[in-house]
Design a protein around this ligand. Structure first.
Ligand SMILES: Nc1nc2c(ncn2[C@@H]2O[C@H](COP(=O)(O)OP(=O)(O)OP(=O)(O)O)[C@@H](O)[C@H]2O)c(=O)[nH]1
Ligand SMILES: [Mg+2]
Length: 327
């Protein structure tokens, strides 16, 4: 303001200062201090670093710590996951909680397509304070989650978000991965999922900490929910019986109940030894990632093709040569 009053060429100065802050933004080093202070540019830059395996990313990651609650939301396409994330984030933000949302694009390893629908649906959240949104591509990760999701979550934890929400479509392995990463895993289904109950029972249902029956404005929601309740009762442990919560994400109904269930589960999980399993799983994934560094399926394929053409290919000798190289 002072600058504008004192200098007639205020616009020039403003342009220079915009240019300087742009350059600073581009060259910004995301330090642990900037992350902890919630600097959005630093957070975005740190995530880009870990996604792109930036040479300094490892050093940064080693200095991170944090204790946010990580919530995984999974379920079939179109069940209303993004709408639920939207409603939950709005509710928590109104309570002055800091929320990070990670939307993993349901891109297929076959066509590398990715849906932008999530971003459109969450548009209103972009304008809200206390809410940070990032979408990641699951491209290249066999499990369906982004290859760097663990690191991304650690960056967000250090940035001291109260809650980190990860949305992913249930495609095979991804829900198992998300259950390893999240403190609380929410499985979203809809009344129409009744027919798929056998599939749900054997797969995605196994990892639920909370069941949500969304689109409760539709017929059959109550009956489906009580069916799930029976399943949940069979699977109940001494300390936790999976709650079944009816929601209508569009009308923001059932959101308070869902939020309470998430907080309750967090308390339960904090006191539980299973947190060690989560860390072991993380360490395993990171070691695996480290060991696999530099190994690309396409270059393996090309090498194998050449070796086979030369009639010198032996699978086991080839694997051994790769393992030796990577030690
Ligand atoms: N009737 C009704 N429609 C809903 C409800 N929640 C979401 N929808 C609608 O369902 C459609 C899918 O919602 P999304 O939130 O995008 O679902 P999603 O699970 O994130 O979808 P993908 O990310 O594509 O898998 C949208 O057209 C929403 O408007 C609900 O409670 N009731
Ligand atoms: Mg979605």
């Amino acid at each position: 303001m002072l600058q504008v009053c004192l200098f007639p060429k205020a616009n020039l100065y403003r342009n220079i200062s915009t240019a300087i802050s742009y350059i600073c933004g581009v060259t910004m080093i995301p330090t642990p201090e900037l992350l902890a202070a919630g600097n959005e540019k630093a957070i975005a830059r740190a995530i880009t670093w870990v996604e792109n395996n930036h040479p300094q990313a490892q050093d940064l990651l080693k200095k991170l710590s944090g204790n946010s609650s990580v919530i995984g939301i999974t379920g079939p396409p179109g069940a209303g996951k993004s709408s639920l994330v939207n409603a939950l984030a709005k509710y928590w933000s109104s309570q002055n909680q800091k929320i990070a949302i990670v939307a993993v694009d349901p891109s297929s390893v076959f066509n590398y397509g990715s849906l932008l629908g999530d971003r459109l649906r969450m548009q209103s959240l972009f304008l809200m304070p206390n809410i940070f949104i990032r979408s990641l591509s699951s491209r290249g990760s066999l499990g369906g989650l982004s290859g760097s999701i663990i690191e991304v979550v650690d960056v967000l934890k250090h940035a001291q978000f109260d809650k980190i929400i990860i949305e992913t479509v249930g495609v095979g392995q991804s829900e198992v991965e998300i259950a390893g990463l999240a403190d609380t895993t929410i499985v979203v289904s809809v009344p129409e999922s009744g027919d798929e109950i056998q599939t749900l029972k054997s797969g995605i249902m196994e990892i639920a900490d909370i069941f949500v029956v969304n689109k409760s404005d539709r017929d059959g929601a109550g009956a489906f929910a009580s069916h799930l309740q029976k399943l949940a009762h069979i699977r109940a442990t001494e300390n936790w019986e999976i709650p079944v919560i009816l929601t209508n994400a569009m009308a923001e109904k059932g959101i308070l109940e869902l939020s309470e269930a998430i907080d309750q589960h967090r308390t339960f999980n904090l006191n539980n030894e299973t947190i060690n399993d989560l860390f072991a799983e993380k360490a395993y994934t990171l070691i695996q990632k480290h060991k696999m560094q530099g190994i690309q399926i396409l270059s393996l394929r090309n090498e194998i093709s050449t070796l086979r053409n030369n009639h010198t290919f032996n699978l086991y000798a080839y694997v051994e040569s790769k393992l030796n190289l990577n030690e």
